[in-house]
Design a protein around this ligand. Sequence first.
Ligand code: PEP
Ligand code: MG
Length: 589
Amino acid sequence: MAGRRTFFFEGLGVSEGIAIGPAYVIESEDFRTESWQIEESEVEAELQRFHEAVGLAAEELRGIRQQVLEKIDRQQASIFDAHLLILEDPQIVDETVRRIRHERRNAEAVLWEVTQQIGEMMKSLGDSYFAERNHDLYDVSRRVIKFLLRIYAESHPALPREGCIVVANGLGPAETAQFSKDHVLGICTNEGAATSHAAIMAKAFSIPACVGLEHITHYIRSGDMLVLDGGEGKVILNPTADQIEFYREKGEVWKKRLESLRTLRDVPAITLDGVTISMMANLEFPEELDTVDLNGAEGIGLFRTEFMYLERTSLPTEEEHLRSYGHVLAKLGDKPVVMRTIDIGGDKLPSDQPVHEFNPFMGVRAIRLCLQRPDLFRAQLRAMAMAHAGRELNIMIPMISGLTELRESRNILDDILERLDREGVNPPSKVNLGAMIEIPSAALQTRTLCEEADFLSIGTNDLVQYTLAVDRVNKAVASLYRQTHPAVLQLISMVVEGAKETRTPVSVCGEMASDPKLAVLLVGLGIRSLSMSPSSIGAVKQVLRGLSCADAEAIAAEALRQDTPEDVEVLLHFRLKELQAKIDHEPVG
Ligand code: PEP
Ligand code: MG
């Protein structure tokens, strides 16, 4: 590393742990285009790649234009006509072709340079009309380059990622899950926030990760040496020998702490005054089951079933669902499982499929999609029921906004159970239908929902997003995404109180449950069942075992009286400091 400057990047640590190793940069639409020379004999193939990418971009634009025309109006669709015209503009296309031939360089680098030249020229005209066209020009070029990179990647097999730290603009949950199979050391991205699904996946697979690092992809090239601290959200490019040594030691300390927390695997999460908190795990992929067992989860409080739909173009069949659920249930033995029906949409779409909704988190997501596509919903519900033959079935519906969706789900489920009965299929021993509380309207209607729901589970990741109107994956508003916002705490408290009359069980399965400090707050608010990333169970259990429920209730009552998230955080910090100091001095166990 001698002679190379050291750079520091600060972002958001979303999955604890230290990674030290070479970078593997995944180029994306928001990239720094690499430029390379090509041989004379490669020029024609390069031009063909360019024309193919232009053709694919045009096809994609026509598809989007058609959708916009059908769903919105002609005026909005005409934006894409303008984009298609840019694609045919000889100033861009012919100039790019001429320069690829003349300079013998790759298409993406040349196209980007041509775009920048024309863009600068348009900007110099200082006219708002041209400023707008400038924006369109860059947009179209990026679209072509996206296809160029894909065509390149198809003909150049990917370098092995094993043993590398992946650096990318942003990642989807499916790609992140793939990294675990590829044995990557760590992940860092320009975009992302703590509760984006990619972050949740990284934590699930214990891959150290930092997100929201702004422009890190602009500074790092594949092969550069990196240190990543997933707890603190730090990345160091070209670390010194001393820094490497420091972080290696820090990594060892962290691993030892994890091991020591695992000694808590078989002890219950019981507070000093004898209140037992049920510690459940969130499961995103069947491959995680070993970590569930390793960390001593009492069951699965949230089985996210979206993995069945990721990285594929066709829908999973009933048999595929059945096989997969059967495998998970067999591995879990008699531990309880809460199966969530699919929550596709938002940021959980396969990342290579263009999203045609302008606001997917508010769009056709989760139960909304299921009710629009009963074929998809029914296949999943049937498989869930069949997989639970002779065993208790807990089904949970995401994105419930009110009673109607819960009722419609119940009607479909009842119909499926009746049909299975007529077919002579062995039924579940009991069927419970639960609602996720992740939209404020549902929280406000807790009493009404409890008349018909068998249980509730609070999805704080979305509850925070929808209560505060803060996109959970948008880095630009990440500082406004506050789990400690008094409005969020009040809604949680309202749900707990509302469910009391009917004695409807309430748990929390959002990321709040994974944070020991916030878990104390949740217990203080009356939650007795927490479902979290399996790797967090030890740390949460340790804190809960070190205080009394009465302490937690006093802290929560005080928190509810605060005015701002900052006030709540300061309060939590000081109230827990004494308790924490006590815990740190006691041996684990
Ligand atoms: C939540 O919203 O808190 C939740 C658990 O669901 P997901 O993160 O899958 O949206
Ligand atoms: Mg959710």
